[in-house]
Design a protein around this ligand. Sequence first.
Ligand SMILES: NC(=O)c1ccc[n+]([C@@H]2O[C@H](COP(=O)([O-])OP(=O)(O)OC[C@H]3O[C@@H](n4cnc5c(N)ncnc54)[C@H](O)[C@@H]3O)[C@@H](O)[C@H]2O)c1
Length: 264
Amino acid sequence: MEASATGNTPSQGPTAVISGGLGDIGRAIAIALRAAGARVALSDLAPAKTAAQRMPSFHYTRVDIADYQQVKTWLQAVERSLSVPTWIICNAGVVIPGSSRATSPALWEKTLSVNLTGSFFLAQLAAERMAKKKLPGRIVFIGSWAGEVPHPQITAYSVAKAGLRMAMKCLATDYAAYGILVNEVAPGIVDAGLSGKMMARTPHLREKTRQRIPVRRMLTPEDVAQGVVSLCDSRNLHMTGSVLLLDGGLTLKGPLPSSNADAD
Ligand SMILES: NC(=O)c1ccc[n+]([C@@H]2O[C@H](COP(=O)([O-])OP(=O)(O)OC[C@H]3O[C@@H](n4cnc5c(N)ncnc54)[C@H](O)[C@@H]3O)[C@@H](O)[C@H]2O)c1
């Protein structure tokens, strides 16, 4: 694990950690949480030099979220540099296309280790520390409408996000008495990040996608960040174990067509 602090705006606010913090949604969340008064520490796979260019003045550590020991060491380092993290944003994610029929053990393992296992243990490690220190906190998972509606063309991702939802509910149950509220923001289709990359590869896909969304508008990373801020807000004292679904009505339309619709 390569650790580096690129500095941080001094503040007395809570310390927030964001995994996948150099991605499109992660960066928007970092900016929004800092504006909400937090000291923000990011982690991602890129070297510190890249982080310094993309997110100057944010505390950054290179961490593979699928590596339990690296995550543990990161949280300890953030605590030493800033304070005990009490706003935990589990955001790192990968999508590897593959239908149920085409999913290999390697694809499955990689997808679940990042999207599900990595996020779960980041939340669990941070929650245990908060509970030990008797500090209230907020944990927000960046889930997806794919955790609700089957996405057969990305089966492993859809399964991972469904599992993440149940992890969120179990953690919410276990930590509610400690004042640690655990929720999920479930975006629909964001015109950036993972789906932005896919849309950029296929001509006309962006417009076709927009037409499919009942509200005829794609999300921005800032929309997702706003949802995270509202769940972290100290005025939120009651919402836990819940899903903030920001999908423009997509879920109302039901499952996507089978990826094998034209197969034999
Ligand atoms: N873009 C969308 O339409 C959309 C929709 C629903 C949910 N989401 C979710 O939003 C989150 C952020 O995705 P995004 O769209 O900003 O994509 P992104 O690719 O811009 O960001 C994801 C970040 O996660 C990092 N990452 C991947 N594997 C990692 C690992 N092993 N360890 C540490 N970091 C790792 C990547 O390097 C990247 O910076 C993901 O959880 C994704 O599932 C995105």
